[in-house]
Design a protein around this ligand. Sequence first.
Ligand code: FAD
Length: 481
Amino acid sequence: MSVIVVGAGPTGLALAGDLAGAGVPVKILERRAEESNLTRAFAIHARTLELLDMRGLADGLVAQGIQVPEVRPHIKGAELVFNMRHPDSRFPYVLILRQARTEAALEARARDLGVEIVRGAEVTGLTQDADGVTLTLGTGDSERADYVAGCDGAHSAVRRLLGVGFSGKSYDTRILLADVLLKRQLPLAVNPFIGDDGAALLPPYGDGWFRATIWDRTGQNVPIDEPVTIEEVRDSLRRIAGDDLGLAEMSWSTRFLSERRQARAYRVGRVFLAGDAAHVHSPLGAMGMSTGIQDAANLSWKLAAAHQGWAPSWLLDTYQSERHPVGRTVLRLTDLLRRLADAPAPVRLLRPYIAPAIINHPKVSEKARLTLSGLGIHYPVPDGTLTSPLAGHRMPDLQLGTGRLYERMRGRFLLLDATTAHQAATPWHDRVDVLRTDDPILYGTATTMLIRPDGYLAWTATRPDPQHIRQALRQWCGAAR
Ligand SMILES: Cc1cc2nc3c(=O)[nH]c(=O)nc-3n(C[C@H](O)[C@H](O)[C@H](O)COP(=O)(O)OP(=O)(O)OC[C@H]3O[C@@H](n4cnc5c(N)ncnc54)[C@H](O)[C@@H]3O)c2cc1C
């Protein structure tokens, strides 16, 4: 087997699907014998929807969810508006959708592409040598692969077996999670209510049901495994939001403690960590699953390039140098949001002034929007590659004569060219698609753009010499066949 993915959560399913789509033999080992009925993520952010769009999955998910263009924090009776209407994305909103639906779509795609998913297979041992990785299962059987991706969640066995530190801390405040039916009409928004006793986040599922995530400081001593009652949720809402918002029913609930931790290394030899195995943080910001799917999109084409034998020597290491800083930023932002929501008394007094100052400050709120949505992510230019003004930045979707750009992105490099210079790319046709367009200028002042399989720009130029195209292709895609 070329790649074994450990864990069939959203990260592992996305990664395995991409690898299979690139022709890499891949298998998922999943500890659970049955699919999980736990509902955790409720939101997908714009950049992740764009990545799913490049995989032909976004429209189907959008049709099942509800589009929420705003976050409306309610603080002591005042309502603020934080805009998520991204001007240059096809997805100018947060999509509210139960995690199980996203996982179902990713699993169906992975299976269609030929991924074998082995359930009831718990990884308990791992050794690696120069040629591959051997995994031991709870049954005593073993499996061997060229590469292994540990997508096995916050308590990752792969991370533990590698001996990689997971530094950070656990938060003290217990979080109540519940799916609730509210009779009160709330704005079509993610609605955080922030009060002296804590915070309650209420994104709508669109059918009268809401996901309630509640940080209630008064419930600190309740044992973590004690069941959550509807009366407890009602009491928390009354104290935090001012009334119970017409709470009528509760279908599911749990109590948990969140953590803020990040793996020190995302790669050890032939083994990689992705998703919650690499980073966990507060659910405020709703960024965990989105970040895991982005990890998968970043890693998959690099592993495929290694399997196909054309990966430049530095390519696999860029998974760490590109994704570790993104994880760190997500941890910082979610920690800041949690501090504001669950603030100590002096900060609570200032909160009615701090929150509007942040939300109404154009530059600060723009940066927060780009970070939350993932649209602001960009990667450093690898040493020794040609630099260009837009290199490392997200390539937005473009309407081209022949359709949308993202419809043409299917896990391979794409050379988009408004000149005739693309002819220089013919010797790389086994790994680079060429899209010729009549639009004179594509983006910024660029006429020629080399787009990575994950939708970021490797290199751009204005009316380049064919020699430069060959140089950029050699650097990113290896020697021509
Ligand atoms: C309350 C809450 C709300 C959240 N809301 C959001 C949100 O709105 N948006 C968002 O983006 N994220 C959200 N998240 C985070 C999101 O749920 C996680 O980030 C996401 O599930 C991580 O996916 P994953 O595939 O990396 O890990 P997981 O979903 O944890 O999957 C890991 C898989 O690995 C398997 N496994 C574990 N150990 C082994 C082993 N030894 N061998 C084989 N298999 C193994 C597990 O059974 C599991 O199936 C939320 C989380 C919580 C707790």
